[in-house]
Write a protein that binds this ligand. Sequence first.
Ligand SMILES: [Zn+2]
Ligand SMILES: [Zn+2]
Length: 404
Amino acid sequence: MIELKCNCEKHRHEIPTKVIEVSEHAIEKVPAILADYHRIFMVADENTYEVAGRRVEELLRASGQLSHTLILPSPALPNAENIGKVLIGAGIDTDPYDINAFSYNPDYILGVGSGSINDTVRMVSYRLGLEYGIVGTAPSMDGYASVVAPLLNGRAKIVYNCTIARHIIIDLNVNAEAPMPLLLAGLGDMVGKYIALLDWEISRDLNGEYYCGTVADMVLDATNQVSEAAPYLKDRDIETIRRVSNGLILSGEGIAFTGSSRPASGTEHMIGQTFEVLDVEEGKVPNLHGIEVAMGTFTAMELFRRVYREIDDPVVRPLIEKYLPAFDRLEALQRDLQLPFTVTDKDRFVKAIIKGRTFRVRYTILQYLYDRGLLEEYANDVYDVVMKKYFYRTFKEQFPDWEA
Ligand SMILES: [Zn+2]
Ligand SMILES: [Zn+2]
């Protein structure tokens, strides 16, 4: 269990995660970290099996801890079909078949992969009442320490309550070699935290919403560390990968600690996730979460800058002012890194901002603008600003061979 003493109204935060290991060659430590488990069911997809799963399987077999392995076809989306496959694959039939027996079940599920495998395995773990862990293969999203799973169920993306990973193992050497779109997505998910934290502070001061300064400061510090190191991401620099990995895990922990996604998700996620939902509703595979969040972040930054310039609000203005230096850093970072865009169509862009306000019940700058009758005007005007300042290439232009 990870525990955090705190001076917020909760006084103490705790999560049932036992080990978080982020280090070079961390894979080699898997048998020792999972020493309490002896019938481990390992789940990977074809790609993650190649980059890490095969070695993990070999180590667990050698130590006598492996029950069996399931390899899903790549790319393995977190959908109902794959959850069904993992559920069916979890047990082994008794031999000879015994009409009175249940299948022989594992004592632990170990996912090897990133967001999709983690979400799939987390749901099965929760439903079967079996502890699970994840060997992360890419620092691509903040879900490693998440307690919920956003899953594709038909033409809907539904966020289900689940359990948290008991062990999170990130091998920096493996993660540094992850596909570039995944590295950029992780960065995108991370830089969005500035917006999330600012929205949270605004709601604390305007609505008296619960706020934990300790968790907020932890996430802010991690976000600063990531944005400082971000220019080296394209070189696959190990220290940068370490900071991004730690930051993403810490953001997830922040959610688990506070029981709310406030520390990690605000306007930027509500806009980014609306882009994802629009795709899912049209039967398309959604783009990488962190890439959508990055677009939401740039959009939110410009909405905040305009509020700062035009609305003389004694509560909100000083809060925005605190974050303006971070916004300047992100703008410079985008000139350097050129994170791709997935949406350039104005109607879709404006629609995502307006619909994003109600993506979930959460007070953000979108609600602030809506309450003042300004949301439509701001949403329409911000499109040109964002396209002019932040857009370089579409995701498809930059990564034409990328699947899912
Ligand atoms: Zn607290
Ligand atoms: Zn996210």
